[in-house]
Write a protein that binds this ligand. Structure first.
Ligand code: COA
Length: 335
């Protein structure tokens, strides 16, 4: 990206995360549907996921924001804007951002929800970075939060084993040092993917009715095989493309931070990028697919474990419902 198009670089100066305490391990699903730990582990890489018993996506997001404010020693009144990437908003309206603003005392912030399924955090990070790069805003929080248990059909073995609940957040601030922070992104949408991955009812197309409930149209539908094929190609292609565009060799990359949908998709992407297993952030075994939260959860956990360090070059990559997909290149800015 040419520097003269940005007044500032958007750098990450704080992080926060929250996952609910309740764990659903693979054994739990053996009692629900015809499945087993061995199948789930070998086909997906997932061992357990978290489940929010009481509350909604705004509660997950609010806890992540509170963690961010506390650990970065930030006054909530200083936050200018909050963007929440989610496909499981508490309600059709008001937006989840307003509910989180109220719960966390961000009394000077505006904000909005961004719906891009598993690519939500990438899209929101690009959007939040643009607010900072223009010089108009000084502190922007970007959250990825999803209560996937709200839209999962726990009688459908094809989907119920895959998803979990969680949230994570980053704080973006301006810097004149362009060698750190958000460097570039390549993002895509393709609505022809709707057939393979969607929640059909509850919106304006099929408002809630007895019929939509009887037909389970408020649950997520996924044609796993179809999505798997395009996800492998889409995520790998865009990750290689962003490397080439930014002259990144495999040894330059500290970590690929991929969306955690399936370990096999992650491994295929890493292979195409020519990077080793040690250069990939993985927590799918603990949380499953938390949709918009997977990438920021990886960032927060690997940073807090001391694995992601200042100056590290990171490629973030995702593929999800829409279809939506893309990759971003960032240089980590926190000590
Ligand atoms: N336990 C046991 N068997 C299961 C199962 C489960 N939980 N879920 C599906 N199966 C069965 C299928 O019914 C099928 O049986 P059949 O051959 O008798 O019809 C068999 O396992 C193989 O199914 P298939 O769909 O080919 O498995 P897969 O290897 O593609 O794995 C997914 C299924 C969902 C894990 C995989 O397709 C996937 O990860 N898809 C992409 C998900 C994704 O990236 N989403 C991105 C946006 S969130």
């Amino acid at each position: 990206m040419e520097e003269n198009k940005r007044l500032y670089s958007a750098v990450i100066t704080g992080v926060g995360m929250y996952v609910p305490e309740k764990v659903l391990d693979n054994k739990y699903f053996e009692g629900l549907v015809e499945t087993n730990d061995e199948w789930i582990t070998t086909r997906t890489g997932i061992k357990e996921r978290r489940f929010l018993e009481n509350g909604a996506t705004s509660d997950l997001a609010a806890e992540a924001v509170k963690d961010l404010l506390k650990t970065s020693n930030t006054d909530p009144l200083e936050i200018d804007a909050i963007i929440i990437a989610t496909i499981t908003p508490d309600m059709i309206f008001p937006n989840t951002a307003a509910l989180v603003q109220h719960k966390t005392g961000l009394n000077n912030a505006w904000g909005f929800d961004l719906s891009a399924a598993c690519s939500g955090f990438l899209f929101a990070l690009q959007t939040g970075s643009s607010l900072i790069e223009s010089g108009r805003y000084k502190k922007v929080i970007v959250v990825g939060a999803d209560k996937m248990s709200a839209i999962v059909d726990y009688t459908d073995r094809n989907t119920c084993i895959l998803f979990g609940d969680g949230a994570a957040a980053v704080l973006l601030e301006p810097s004149k040092d362009f060698s750190f922070g958000f460097q570039d992104s390549i993002l895509h949408i393709d609505g022809s993917g709707m057939e393979a991955l969607h929640v059909k009812a509850g919106g304006s197309l099929y408002p809630a009715s007895h019929e939509t409930v009887d037909k389970k149209m408020h649950y997520m539908f996924q044609d796993g095989k179809a999505v798997f094929k395009v996800a492998v190609k889409g995520m790998a292609d865009v990750s290689v493309e962003i490397m080439k565009k930014n002259n990144l060799k495999s040894e330059d990359i500290a970590f690929l931070v991929p969306h955690q949908a399936n370990l096999r998709i992650i491994e295929a992407t890493a292979q195409r990028m020519g990077i080793s297993k040690d250069q990939v952030t993985i927590n799918i075994h603990k949380y499953g697919n938390t949709t918009a939260a997977t990438i920021p959860l990886c960032l927060v956990e690997y940073y807090r474990k001391g694995k992601i360090k200042k100056g590290d070059k990171l490629v973030l990559a995702a593929f999800g419902g829409g279809y939506t997909w893309g990759a971003a290149y960032i240089v980590w800015s926190m000590d």
